[in-house]
Design a protein around this ligand. Structure first.
Ligand SMILES: Cc1ncc(COP(=O)(O)O)c(C=O)c1O
Length: 396
């Protein structure tokens, strides 16, 4: 019966990875898929994670199911990481949460919950946004719209246009915001801009939906929660999807958190029962292993310190790589000022070059990244940066 379905083109990013693997060039450069890489181009297991694995191996006594809600140590640890030690919402027991299979799982179950509230819910996503937001939210049945976000010509956020658009959405609409390290542009909102969004959310009555997948990769683990915490402190209801894939390097273990900050404890109980029922209807209970590791790391002081240092090292390396790329491009005397790359945050930047140039870089220089011109900064290293800058210069 499946022959009636159309065959689909491969996912552009995963397709790019396959093309990179097949390219015989010894000089090929992969700036495509969003995984952190070290100077050698590897994505190693963090030392804190390796330590936690040893502890878990010694302490785990059963593989019996965990609950649909997930590991309580993981959930509490993550909520504190996201909302802070002194969070009024946590102190007032206003936060419903479940462990989810990755940030993707969290996004999807929150989308399903929004559908239960109102099957006509509209969600506003930034233009551009992470490509997978569209199926994760749209396939649940939500109606997606975009708000202006990034201007490629000036390589900056169109904040006035964004605010103008969001001021006209309906009460009860949902606005998806990237907590930090915007994917794909790397362009983040300032503190003042987050405050203005919180005010607008109250004025218009839209529900902020924060997706945070790179906590610690922007300015710091606490610093990167500024937007989320500002919203939670000022707006009655906020929903959050968090991922542990990048900052814990636990990609394949599928660890994430879905949280609903409610206006009161009674609503929290309703939300908790509903989100668990959504999860139960899709995958029943989350995978245990990754969440158990994060629980150990967040709740063992020495491991927590070690993890923070590892996140700091990843972030600082990416900041250095940005500067190195900008300097190497400047040394090629290119006719474009790429210094905006230094102001962007996290793992991604838009190079703000046209798709034809991206395709030339791929076909003539074996440099792989998506047509939007999003590059994974962590794919750059001391050995490839000069060749990369030369290739970009030659295609300009
Ligand atoms: C913006 C954003 N949100 C969520 C995710 C979900 O990550 P995962 O499902 O791997 O935890 C990603 C991963 O690339 C992302 O970039």
């Amino acid at each position: 019966m499946f022959e009636t379905l159309p065959a689909l083109a491969p996912d552009p990013i995963l397709g790019l990875s396959a093309a990179y693997k097949q390219d015989p060039s010894p000089y090929k450069i992969d700036l495509g898929v969003g995984v952190y890489k070290d100077e050698q181009g590897n994505t190693p297991i963090l030392d804190s994670v390796a330590e936690a694995q040893k502890i878990l191996l010694q302490s785990e006594t059963s593989k019996v199911y965990i609950t649909p809600q997930g590991n309580p140590g993981f959930i509490n640890g993550m909520l504190t990481l996201l909302l802070g030690n002194n969070s009024a919402a946590l102190n007032d027991s206003r936060v419903a949460a479940v462990q989810a299979p990755g940030g993707c799982g969290a996004l999807r179950i929150l989308a399903e919950l929004l559908m239960r509230v109102n099957s006509k819910t509209k969600v506003w996503v930034s233009d551009p946004t992470w490509a997978n937001h569209i199926p994760l939210l749209g396939d649940a049945g939500l109606e997606l719209h975009t708000y202006p976000y990034f201007d490629k010509a000036s390589a900056s956020i169109k904040f006035d246009e964004m605010m103008d658009c969001l001021s006209k959405v309906n009460a009860g609409d949902v606005v998806l915001l990237h907590g930090c390290c915007h994917n794909p542009t790397g362009a983040d909102l300032t503190k003042e801009q987050w405050q203005e969004i919180a005010k607008l959310a109250n004025k218009v009555g839209f529900l902020p939906f924060v997706d945070t997948a790179y906590q610690g990769f922007g300015d710091g683990i606490d610093e990167d929660t500024y937007g989320l915490r500002t919203l939670v402190e000022n707006v009655d209801e906020v929903i959050v999807a968090a991922s542990c894939s990048k900052n814990f390097g636990l990609y394949r273990e599928r660890v994430g958190l879905a949280a609903i900050i409610c206006k009161d404890e009674k609503t929290k109980s309703i939300a908790q029962s509903q989100i668990q029922s959504v999860a139960r209807g899709i995958y029943s209970m989350p995978p245990s292993y990754g969440g158990a590791l994060v629980d150990i790391i967040l709740n063992t002081p020495t491991l927590n310190q070690q993890w923070i240092a590892e996140v700091d090292a990843m972030r600082n390396r990416m900041t250095d790589l940005r500067a190195m790329l900008v300097n190497n491009l400047a040394a090629q005397n290119v006719d474009k000022d790429f210094s905006f790359i230094n102001t962007q945050k996290g793992m991604f930047s838009f190079l703000c070059i046209p798709p034809e140039q991206v395709q030339l870089l791929r076909s003539d220089h074996a440099v792989y990244f998506v047509d939007s011109s999003r590059v994974n900064i962590a794919g750059i290293n001391h050995n490839n940066v000069e060749a990369l800058a030369k290739a970009i210069a030659q295609t300009m």
